[in-house]
Write a protein that binds this ligand. Structure first.
Ligand code: C2E
Ligand code: MG
Ligand code: MG
Length: 691
């Protein structure tokens, strides 16, 4: 059968069809560099309209390149072609009609006639944009990989190591060559059992990821704690192609936490525990004693007349004396009992599960005897008059606070009866307790009316001593006893359930005062108000405070709320919730007495804080011992890292101020600048600094 061609094929031009279908740029120019032909892909890549008429427009090579590229074409590529090479290959950058860069992989060919005379030049180019983009992404990924401070391990689907980054080497000590081809088992320490790894792999199988703390071993054998996160990458079929492990070393962070904890619980002078440690141990011991029906004895002892020695011989000798006496006490005390230094010349000894009262009095007696022995201080001989007070749990107290108060009451009794003796707390003597009750009643009426006032202690800029703000400190003048320290009546108010009302009074009074200052035309300082954790335990607290400020039409920024670290540690749930709400509403929150609690750094970073206040004890000891100095440095660093404001409390002299300023602390509060001032005096200061 004769085949009939379709009509259209009669004028079929295969070359043209190929040119039009090609995805490459194809362009032909004459020897004057005039564009003779551009295929559709070329028009598309160069953003040229498909109906652009080359004959009419006189488009030249020069129009398609940046000047430097054109120069290269003209001075290098075309001459080489014409000199007989006939072909050039390489990367060449075009500019499209909008001036956008179009990198191309080009092949340029010279056409000649039968005699070898050049006729035209044709260029064929592949768009390189996608490849360039991928290359740029790869470069970026490599940069991240190489510069990450986290160690990174990439393995294949069978956990065989394919890549590690420089941080891996830095942390583990293994070079890339040593690690490649091995499995991450090379880092295992024997800190975890097989069950641990099984759970980890199960989680990866179930969820494609795992995160947690792992103890690993470095090349030098040392074991370190790391935070590890493992993710897996699957291919299109769902098979695991790679595992990516990212880890950072937690050792240093933990060491800092441990250092802060140790410092916060120890007395640098004697190496013994401090008041914070005692509180902790007491609470724990009381809890345990209740459950196991054990008995506790708490002895509080006073070295006697240390102040006289300090005044006459100076504090260096005094420190030496205290250290010496503490060594004597240690000799009398059993290893298992808790011995701490709770004041400059006060020590406490907690004895858990003693046999008989007689044993306790024996210890008290021994303590007095060794402390009465003569001490040689250089050329001087001194003899002290120690006193000891003892209280028992559960006979004398129902909780740890009461136990400590009663032991101290007994100590007071021993001192009153002429020192060099010890006294047991006894019920008849609990005249004290009755006094406390009376105090509590007086406080109840104070909340309603007279007796309370606020003092304001200025906070200043360390740089020039200028006024920055102030802390409102509560004062209570008892009708008979006169002025009492908040350190005494605030705990009482907390125990008696009065603190919320008192706290409300403080907040309201502060607002009234701020409005009065505003009306007098003074620049408002930021006023810090101390909050008890009991106030934060109220679910409505944040809202209540918001309403209060609205009622007085005050900006939230003018208040700062101080909360002590130890207070917060006791109650974490509702108190934290309130703090978060306060922060959300725009209130500023300061962590007071920082360093005395035992919040971990990770816990701290979760708190919604604006400010840290370094506890006074560190500022005092900073000049005398390097540990306190280091802790101050660490806290300053910490505040910088967490972008928190930082106030040093209790700055008492110029030396401390200079040192703090040099260390990078900017704000301070303390007797060196101002004592807490009565309202009228602070108002005068405000008037002067507003002028
Ligand atoms: P805080 O909040 O740490 O306040 C600082 C305390 O250190 C104040 O004692 C202040 O007078 C004292 N201070 C300031 N600078 C120096 C210094 O350079 N050297 C010395 N030695 N002391 C300095 P204050 O006024 O006796 O207050 C004791 C604590 O009572 C406060 O400690 C705070 O926790 C609590 N407090 C005071 N007012 C209130 C209040 O309105 N509500 C609550 N919940 N607690 C309050
Ligand atoms: Mg405070
Ligand atoms: Mg404080």
């Amino acid at each position: 059968m004769k085949r009939v061609l379709p009509l259209s094929l009669s004028n079929f031009n295969p070359e043209k069809a190929i040119l039009e279908a090609a995805s490459e740029l194809i362009a032909t120019i004459d020897l004057e560099q005039r564009l003779l032909y551009l295929n559709p892909s070329a028009r598309h890549l160069l953003s040229l309209p498909q109906d652009y008429d080359l004959e009419q427009q006189d488009l030249r090579v020069k129009d398609l390149h940046a000047p430097d590229v054109y120069r290269e074409l003209n001075e290098d590529i075309f001459p080489t072609l014409l000199a007989g090479q006939g072909r050039w290959e390489g990367e060449l950058e075009f500019l499209d009609f909008h001036g956008q860069s179009r990198p191309m992989q080009m092949t340029i060919i010279l056409h000649t006639d039968a005699d070898g005379e050049p006729l035209w030049i044709t260029g064929i180019g592949r768009d390189l944009r996608r490849r360039k983009h991928l290359e740029a992404q790869q470069r970026l990924a490599k940069r991240v990989f190489d510069n990450a401070i986290e160690g990174i391990i990439v393995t294949d689907g069978r956990a065989c190591i394919q890549h590690v980054n420089p941080a891996f080497t830095e942390i583990t000590g293994y070079s890339a060559e040593e690690a490649l081809g091995q499995t991450p088992k090379m880092l295992r320490s024997n800190h975890h059992d097989q069950a641990f790894y099984d759970t980890m792999w199960q989680s990866i199988a179930d969820t494609d990821r795992w995160q947690g703390e792992v103890w690993n071993r470095r090349k030098n054998g040392s074991v370190y704690l790391q935070w590890l996160s493992i993710n897996c990458v699957r291919d299109a079929q769902g098979y695991i192609e790679n595992y990516i492990s990212i880890f950072h070393d937690l050792t240093e962070m933990r060491a800092k936490e441990a250092e802060i904890q140790h410092l916060a619980h120890h007395d640098p002078l004697t190496g013994l525990g401090n008041r914070h440690l005692l509180n902790e141990r007491l609470q724990h011991a009381v809890r345990q004693a209740k459950v196991q029906e054990e008995k506790l004895a708490l002895l509080v002892l006073d070295l006697g007349h240390i102040q006289l020695i300090n005044d006459s011989l100076g504090h260096t000798w005094c420190d030496r004396l205290i250290r010496g006496q503490s060594a004597r006490i240690k000799e009398v005390v059993a290893e298992a009992d808790t011995l701490v230094r709770i004041g400059s010349d006060e020590f406490a000894l907690l004895i858990e599960d003693y046999e008989a009262v007689h044993d306790v009095s024996q210890i008290a007696d021994d303590l007095i005897r060794v402390l009465q022995e003569e001490v040689q201080l250089g050329r001087h001989q001194v003899t002290l008059s120690p006193s000891v007070g003892v209280a028992f749990f559960p006979q004398d107290a129902q909780n740890s606070v009461e136990l400590l108060i009663n032991a101290q009451t007994a100590l007071l009794d021993a001192k009153k009866s002429g020192r060099d003796t010890f006294r047991f707390f006894n019920r008849e003597m609990s005249q004290q307790a009755r006094e406390r009750l009376k105090l509590e009643q007086a406080l109840r009426s104070a909340v309603k009316g007279e007796g309370l006032s606020l003092h304001y202690q200025p906070k200043v800029l360390l740089e020039d001593g200028r006024l920055y703000g102030a802390e409102a400190l509560l004062r209570w003048t008892h009708p008979e006893l006169g002025p009492l320290s908040p350190a005494v009546f605030i705990p009482l108010a907390e125990e008696a359930g009065l603190i919320v009302d008192i706290g409300d009074w403080v907040l309201r009074h502060t607002c009234q005062q701020l409005v009065a200052w505003q009306e007098a035309g003074y620049t408002l300082p930021r006023i810090a108000v101390n909050l008890s954790v009991h106030q934060l335990e109220e679910t409505e607290f944040a809202q209540k405070l918001e309403e209060l400020l609205e009622a007085y039409q005050l900006d939230r920024e003018v208040l700062e709320l101080e909360i002590t670290e130890t207070g917060l540690m006791k109650n974490q749930n509702q108190a934290l919730q309130s703090l978060r709400q306060l922060k959300e509403k725009g209130f500023r929150i300061a962590l007071d007495d920082f360093g005395t609690g035992y919040s971990s750094l990770s816990y701290l970073s979760k708190l919604p804080l604006s400010t840290l206040k370094i506890d006074r004890s560190f500022v005092i000891d900073m000049a005398r011992d390097t540990i306190s100095l280091n802790i101050v440095k660490t806290i300053i660093q910490l505040a910088h890292n967490l972008s928190l404001d930082l106030v040093a409390e209790g700055v008492e002299d110029a030396q401390q101020a200079d040192q703090l300023l040099r260390l990078g602390c900017t704000l301070a509060q303390g007797f060196h600048y101002y004592r807490p001032l009565p309202e009228s005096e602070f108002t005068q200061l405000l008037a002067a600094s507003s002028r």
